[in-house]
Design a protein around this ligand. Structure first.
Ligand code: CO8
Length: 260
């Protein structure tokens, strides 16, 4: 891949990793960083051999939020542009047809917590910090944070974090349902890789449809979601992996998926 200014994109086998790389500002999200992430997501989207994406900020920080220095003089028009760009990145992650795992060490604050919440899985280190401290800066979360946080942890905890600005660590984030797993900081990448490998064993179409159906439930509620799920369920029967998966079960052997 080309050299990006603000991220590192690597692919090993079927697993790609985007490592956010602005260590001097704790990986704060500037315009260029958003552009780099979107460009990398587009490369990943077009490459059908990539089956899982891991998004990480490395060992010290996930993302310490939007770049406050870039934002401080903005008027409402510029702020709308900034928020739209951040929404675009997060929605792109959510719509990616493969699973996305956030591997989180250190601060995931503001826009960083928002980007993590757009991922399908969050593996947090014990010292990871989650929070939406925007009200303390005189603003509110602007990249989907109020909405995604409520669906993940409910309004009681969401109000404590957004209105009172409470920051929580990895273990509490796990207890409240904000993250998939909390492990020691040293184990975060290993655990994310283990999960990625497990997901790679699953048939691609079934994973893609399952993600779409669950996201649909969150966005649109259950009643239209059930119809959507039914059509995706039937679509699975167009795949070779459905035939293989069920045949293998009946024949009492492990399935040999070819992701078609
Ligand atoms: N923006 C710009 N610079 C930052 C940011 C940030 N969000 N966070 C840290 N930095 C910089 C610091 O200014 C400092 O730079 P310098 O060395 O030049 O002084 C460097 O990173 C290291 O930071 P600290 O010295 O503060 O390190 P600590 O370990 O003491 O603290 C913290 C780390 C806890 C992460 C602390 O830096 C902090 O609280 N940062 C701000 C967190 C925050 O408020 N985030 C929310 C920002 S607002 C937001 O995200 C709105 C989203 C809206 C929509 C999305 C649009 C993209």
């Amino acid at each position: 891949y080309k050299e990006f200014e603000n991220i590192i994109l690597e692919t090993k086998g079927s697993i790609s990793t985007i490592t956010i790389n602005r260590p001097h500002v704790m990986n704060a999200l500037c315009k260029g960083l958003h552009n780099d992430i979107v460009e990398a997501l587009d490369i990943i989207r077009k490459d059908q051999s990539i089956r899982v994406l891991i998004l990480t900020g490395g060992k010290k920080a996930f993302v310490a939020g939007a770049d406050i220095k870039e934002m401080m003089e903005a008027d409402s028009f510029e702020a709308e542009r900034t928020a739209s760009q951040a929404h675009f990145t997060n929605d792109f992650i959510e719509a990616l047809p493969i699973p996305v795992i956030a591997a989180i060490c250190g601060p995931a604050l503001g826009g960083g917590c928002e980007i993590a919440m757009a991922c399908d899985f969050r593996i947090a280190g014990e010292k990871a910090m989650f929070g939406l401290p925007e009200t303390g800066l005189g603003v509110i979360p602007g990249a989907g944070g109020t909405q995604r946080l409520v669906t993940l942890v409910g309004p009681v905890k969401a109000k404590e974090m957004v209105m009172a600005g409470k920051v929580i660590r990895g273990k509490e984030a796990f207890d409240t349902g904000l993250v998939t797993m909390c492990v020691s900081d040293d184990e975060v990448m290993n655990e994310a890789t283990r999960l990625a490998e497990k997901l790679c064993e699953k048939p691609a179409a079934a994973l893609q449809y399952a993600k779409a159906a669950i996201n649909h439930a969150v966005e649109n509620g259950i009643s239209t979601g059930k119809k959507y799920e039914k059509s995706l369920f039937s679509l699975c029967f167009e795949t070779e992996d459905q035939k293989e998966g069920m045949k293998a079960f009946v024949e009492k052997r492990p399935p040999l998926f070819n992701h078609k």
